[in-house]
Write a protein that binds this ligand. Sequence first.
Ligand SMILES: [Zn+2]
Ligand SMILES: [Zn+2]
Length: 620
Amino acid sequence: MGRSFFILLLTLVALLTPHSVALGADGLVINSGIHHLRNAEPREWSHFPEIAEAAELRIEFELESPEKFSLMTWQQKGTKQTWSAFLNEKELGKLLRDHNHLEFGLRIPDGTLREGKNVLVIKTTSETPDDIFVGNVQLHRSPATLTSEENAESLLKGRGFRRDLPEMTTSLNLTALEAESEEPLPCRFTIIDADSGAMVFIGAESSDEIAVREGVVYTLNGQASFRLAGSKANPRRYEIYCGRGFEYGLETRTIEISGETDPVALDFTLRREVATPGLIACDPHLHTFEHDRHGDCTLTERLISVAGEGVELAISTGHDKHIDYAAEGDRIGASDWFTSVLGCEVTTNLGHFNTFPILPGAKPAEHKLRPWERIFENIFATPGVEICILNHGRDVHRGFTPLHPDNFDLSTGTFLRGETLRANGMEVINSGAQQTDPMELVGDWFALLKSGHSIAAIGSSDSHTVNFAIPGQARTYLRVNDEDVSKIDVDAAVDSLLAGRAMVSFGLLTTLEYDSDTRETSLSVLGPSWTTAETITLFRNGEEVRTIRLAEEVGKTAGTKYQTRLTLKDWDARPGDFLCAIASGPGIAEGWWPMMPPYQPDKPDYVPFVMGISEALWIP
Ligand SMILES: [Zn+2]
Ligand SMILES: [Zn+2]
């Protein structure tokens, strides 16, 4: 059956006069529903309905005074491929490629709207199945002016897209202070439509203090001022969340805006919930659109968002480029909140490798070499480099998957064709490119450890964006003095990683230590109040020993959720073995810390999860 049979036809034929405008004098709803589209079978995700409404959206509507409108907005969700909006057969632009439920808008060029009948079509030419929701389409008078034309142009260059949104009615001034010191802290404000759950238009533009996306404002100085929509004719309720990544609590308020008022001031308290003395939070995989031409993030926005998520050691890993964060960090004051390290994602045809630290002025490693022997030789010849991390080893890039059974024998932990992996770290959770089965890469890591590789498990975000993939969502904790996070001892961080003293955190943190006097291990699972640990699985030499199930109130505790001491007998372990504990629980889909579905899924089922993976603890 042809695609046209599925085309959804929604026709609004009433001639709309200024009196029937649904949004007051400034706007017009042309379609209030939300529609499920699927461009090609089969279904992308099993959490979408089995049958989609249509392959593309087509809305016909009539206008009396087309010259009044110059902006079209809608809500969209789950947009992975490139979908475009056409108005009267003219392409307005592309929908944001973003899995989140959010509001988005595009300018309408003069002369595109017509008096009488108009046709809007939203469709994609991609043949890769993509389930999306789109709807609540509105016309507005003029786009809001958020910043100078000059700044708007430089933002467009630095992140590849323009934020076009309507004029708003009410100003908000938000402040976040640390509970104990009462000092302002960098943080993340998330603003969600209380009724639909959409991340809403934020009437402010990114600057040297804030990084703004729909529904999100990261702030460097604990303050954010922006405008929100809401009128008498169309009152809106918003949920506002204030958080600072994994180690902090989450505070929420609900407000209603039903017209122009004086500015609304809201004060939030940031409470540190997860104490991590002697540990630093490292995100060893960070990008920007500005330099990598992929994603949506300027360098300035990257630094503000990294500070707002509480990342303490930020490794800059441009694709085959050396992008030093330090100068821009000093310029905007972000360098007070973390230490940046120059690194590189050496993006070869035989895998992607994050390498650091790199001495300033060094030439990027050659990325066109093969085989691995030459690649690793070249990587370790880069001045300064000590760490080499195998990134997303189960994903296909340029037709190659480093840990695919064609290349890697899981049973022996060896690479076929006699190659040696000289990486000393491997991503087991990349929160920006997750696996369908989160244990698959853990199994690969265990196999490499068993076969004698000295390799640390790594958590990273691979974020190229402000919100699409949240920086520091998956992260690596290293055992380093954390008294002054602006001056972290990078050599000590490198040593911790080389010694395998690295913990993968993705909403949970699991620590494991051995006391050689008592010959006991102490196991702790930590996390904020907004994540839940359900189970802890113990592994000896990569084999599952047993699972501890936590009561709900235990798993939800803020801070140390669970702590126990275990004898070697509890682990069925003896000297020479390695132990690992993995805590897990349900993930977060809500807009205040949304987790991404798998990047290259094996199946359509996606169950979001949180996880904390301990280091591999070798028993002496
Ligand atoms: Zn990569
Ligand atoms: Zn990357």
